[in-house]
Design a binder for this molecule. Structure first.
Ligand SMILES: Nc1ncnc2c1ncn2[C@@H]1O[C@H](COP(=O)(O)OP(=O)(O)O)[C@@H](O)[C@H]1O
Ligand SMILES: [Mg+2]
Length: 580
């Protein structure tokens, strides 16, 4: 554009300069010829008047002298002709005498003309000739011709031409410079606008066009600036919501997968990668059929696309761990380019399923645990009713069993109620600041007697005199359960040791016995409800199988931890640790 403008400017200036040059030189030459011709005419007329016709009668030497005189004065070639056109005299001696100029049109015209003051001018390439009539006594006697060579004139005209051409070249150069400046002034704003438009097309919006004038270009620049700002704002908004969306998708706990009409993955979040143990593999643009891990999913995707309806199902994964995923597939119209795709949301419901299983098992366990004492109660009661009552020895024994079983049943129901209260978080801890001695002593006191009866030793060790923050009733429940277990699983002659300790940010309590111990394969399960290593032994000891489950819940309610260490046939130790 700039180049084209510049060339056009050059053409225009060049052409106009050339035309003016030609016109000026032509006019100059014409004007010069005019004034020269006129002057020569006047001079010729003067000469013709002063010509003494009598004394210059044909043939007389005076005649030539006069013409030569004139010629010298005027620095011109002077010729005198009679009315027939014959040359009477010529200032140039070399020119032929007696030459007839009758047929010379200028001569003819002059001879015919009546006016006295007249002349004829004839211009040839290198000569200017003026014809003047010669009148004597009112009679036309002949014609006087004055000729000048135009050599010198042409020479000076050439010089004018040369200087004019130099001037023209100079003018042309100036014009070129100016036009180049002008062109760039016209095109610079357009170049700037183009640059900004190109930037906008490349998604760069920071550049603005400086608007200097409110002309057409200025308005265009303003419009482009506004467009850039508008696009930038819109892009910002889009990016912001995209970031938000990506953030949500990435932090989602559920796995999200989106496939397009061709079955290629367009969106896959982090959760899906961890669910299928894919590490940091990129799934984007991969075809679902090329990914064996999603084998089970492919059928569902197909079904969803075919039916154009949402599909819900469960997927079972066996690798890397066994898991159950709830899959929800929804068809989604992704626009002309993407076509009909499918959004897949996968939710890991393994924990839910596990809890459900636990609950069913628990219900079954509870029913079973309740049924056993009830069956035994019924059996002994029936035996008594069937006549056993009459045997005093049998009556006492059976009534004692019935008493023992009903106590166990009461404990079981009590434990169950406790557990359900603690699990449903209905128990509110009444935390108070209490010294460790005040906390343990009353609890131990209630059990001392029984411990002695079982022929066991009870030791208290460790640091004392520090304060703790606990719910004393609930804490005593913890200690009673642990000591009761130690009593139940330690043969006579053994010992139970309670050790306390305090550290900077925590304190601990250990309940250790020298009992039968727990096999290491059972250790991880002993906190489960109704889990017992030896069912019969637990029953005989009057245990419910819920003690440790209650203990664990209560310890956790105090934000503490419980650990167990044991060696079969040697010892078992439970360590509780609480924050201070
Ligand atoms: N001090 C211990 N020594 C040996 N085994 C223990 C001890 N404490 C608990 N156990 C084992 O853990 C099981 C669960 O304990 P618990 O929940 O208190 O139920 P139980 O009513 O049987 O005592 C017990 O049946 C027993 O097998
Ligand atoms: Mg117990």
């Amino acid at each position: 554009m700039r180049g084209r403008l510049f060339v056009t400017f050059l053409w225009l200036t060049g052409l106009s300069v050339l035309i003016t040059g030609l016109l000026v030189s032509f006019l100059m030459r014409a004007a010069y010829m005019d004034s020269l011709g006129e002057r020569m005419g006047k001079e010729g007329q003067l000469l013709a008047k002063s010509l003494d016709w009598e004394s210059t009668a044909p043939g007389k030497p005076n005649f030539r002298r006069q013409t030569r005189l004139y010629s010298q004065t005027l620095d011109a070639h002077v010729t005198l002709m009679d009315k027939n056109g014959d040359v009477l005299s010529d200032s140039d001696q070399r020119s032929k005498k007696g030459k007839n100029n009758k047929n010379n049109s200028a001569v003819k015209r002059i001879l015919q003309k009546k006016e006295r003051s007249t002349y004829e001018r004839v211009v040839t390439d290198n000569q200017l000739a003026v014809y003047v009539p010669v009148d004597y006594n009112g009679e036309r006697k002949g014609v006087l011709r004055i000729t000048v060579e135009l050599d010198s004139i042409n020479h000076s005209l050439r010089q004018v031409w040369v200087s004019m051409i130099i001037g023209l070249i100079f003018a042309y150069a100036v014009a070129a410079l100016v036009s180049s400046r002008l062109a760039s002034r016209f095109t610079r704003p357009i170049e700037e606008i183009t640059q900004v438009a190109v930037d906008v097309a490349r998604n760069k919006y920071h550049r603005r066009i400086p608007v200097k004038k409110q002309d057409e270009i200025g308005r265009l620049a303003t419009a482009i600036n506004r467009m850039g700002a508008g696009l930038r704002y819109q892009l910002e908004t889009i990016r912001k919501s995209e970031r938000r969306l990506t953030g949500v998708i990435e932090t989602m706990e559920s796995g999200l997968l989106m496939v397009d009409a061709e079955g290629k993955v367009t969106v896959a979040n982090q959760a899906i990668l961890s669910l299928f143990d894919l590490g940091s593999t990129s799934l984007i643009n991969k075809s679902l059929t090329d990914l064996p891990v999603f084998h089970e999913l492919q059928g569902l995707v197909h079904h969803c696309k075919e039916s154009q309806e949402s599909v819900r199902d469960e997927l079972h994964l066996y690798f890397p761990t066994e898991r159950i995923l709830a899959a929800s597939l929804t068809p989604i119209w992704g626009g002309e380019t993407t076509g009909m795709g499918v959004v897949i949301v996968l939710h890991d419901i393994t924990p839910i399923r596990y809890l459900e299983k636990l609950r069913t098992e628990f219900v079954a366990n509870v029913s079973h645990e309740l049924k056993t004492p009830v069956t035994s109660l019924r059996g002994f009661a029936e035996t008594l009713l069937d006549g056993g009552v009459d045997d005093p020895k049998m009556r006492r024994e059976f009534l004692e069993i019935i008493h023992f079983e009903s106590l166990r049943l009461e404990r079981l129901i009590g434990d169950l109620l406790d557990l359900s209260k603690i699990e449903s978080r209905k128990v509110r801890l009444n935390v108070v600041k209490v010294s460790i001695d005040d906390l343990l002593r009353p609890t131990i006191k209630t059990m001392e007697e029984e411990i002695r009866k079982l022929d066991l030793q009870l030791h208290m060790k460790g640091e004392r005199g520090f304060n703790v923050r606990v719910d004393p009733d609930r804490f005593s429940q913890i200690v009673i359960n642990l000591v009761a277990n130690a009593m139940a699983y330690t043969p006579a002659g053994g010992s139970i040791t309670l050790t306390t300790g305090v550290e900077e940010s925590s304190w601990w309590l250990q309940v250790e016995d020298t009992g039968i111990g727990i096999p290491s394969e059972d250790l991880p399960r002993i906190f489960e409800r109704f889990y017992r290593v030896d069912k019969a032994r637990s029953r005989d000891s009057g245990g419910t199988g819920l003690g440790l489950a209650i203990v664990k819940h209560l310890v956790e309610a105090h934000r503490g931890t419980i650990d167990v260490e044991s060696q079969v046939g040697e010892k078992t130790g439970f360590t509780l640790r609480f924050p201070r």
